[in-house]
Design a protein around this ligand. Structure first.
Ligand code: T5A
Length: 213
């Protein structure tokens, strides 16, 4: 069962390597959806609640460069459990459209492909925390990892994840593309290498195609 099949709301997640343009374009998409008359909750992972934002700070802080990969994984799911149960599900149950900057696909990409944690372990935690809840749609902003990292670094200070070697981010991009291929009904790929206007023309087309906006 996906989130919308039993409820009136819709759950859309946004994924991609660092600097792919998720944050920039979620706001653009939120405006379009709001113009369509839908009530929106704009949120992010890790984060989205007071407690989950505190966990986010631990996760991205460069004070903990040697955080164990299992600790990182468990903190991601701890933040997600709080966020899902206190923000995402109540909003969907109230008929709202939830736009979430990253969700569990990021765990498969970063902690799975990036850190090397076996997928069955991630899947076990996913079931524990989410049951069968998944996003209805996932927009993947696909971009060469080096270009994305360059965009993110140009913006200013980097976080703990952005200290990783480029090989880490190449694995993440490949994993996202693999996930998109394995779940085509849910995924929509945006080619994020172009200038913002061109990227947003692709988004307009997708919103028309799948959401009738
Ligand atoms: N994480 C997260 C995990 O490891 N596991 C998990 O389960 C989850 C949920 C924080 C970190 O947590 C990790 C992944 C992350 O490392 P985050 O807050 O989403 O997650 O962090 P980032 O992906 O690093 O967010 P960024 O802000 O860096 O990337 P965005 O949101 O994709 O990019 P955005 O929109 O901020 O754009 C970056 C810059 O590029 C410009 C923008 O103006 C901005 O300056 N830009 C463009 N420039 C040229 N052309 C375009 N088309 C552009 N689009 C945007």
């Amino acid at each position: 069962m996906n989130a919308s099949s039993a409820e009136k709301g819709l759950f859309i997640s946004f994924e991609g390597v660092e600097g792919a343009g998720k944050t920039t374009n979620i706001e653009y998409i939120a405006d379009k959806i709001a113009q369509g008359g839908h009530e929106i909750v704009l949120t992010r992972e890790p984060g989205g609640t007071k407690l989950s934002e505190a966990i986010r700070e631990l996760l991205i802080s460069k004070e903990y460069p040697e955080m164990h990969i299992k600790t990182e994984l468990l903190l991601m799911f701890a933040a997600r459990s709080e966020h899902l149960n206190t923000v995402i599900l109540p909003a969907i149950n109230a008929g709202k459209w939830v736009l979430c900057d990253r969700f569990t696909d990021a765990t498969y990409a970063y902690q799975g492909a990036g850190r090397g944690i076996p997928e069955d372990i991630i899947a076990t935690l996913e079931t524990l925390v989410q049951g069968s809840v998944k996003p209805d749609y996932t927009f993947l902003f696909d971009l060469d990892a080096e270009i994305g990292l360059g965009r993110a670094k140009n913006r200013g200070e980097t976080d703990r994840f952005e200290q990783q070697h480029i090989d880490f981010f190449n694995k993440i991009r490949d994993k996202y593309l693999e996930l998109a291929k394995s779940d085509e009904p849910r995924y929509r790929i945006v080619n994020a290498q172009y200038d913002l206007d061109t990227v947003q023309k692709q988004i307009d087309q997708l919103l028309t195609d799948i959401l009738d906006l």
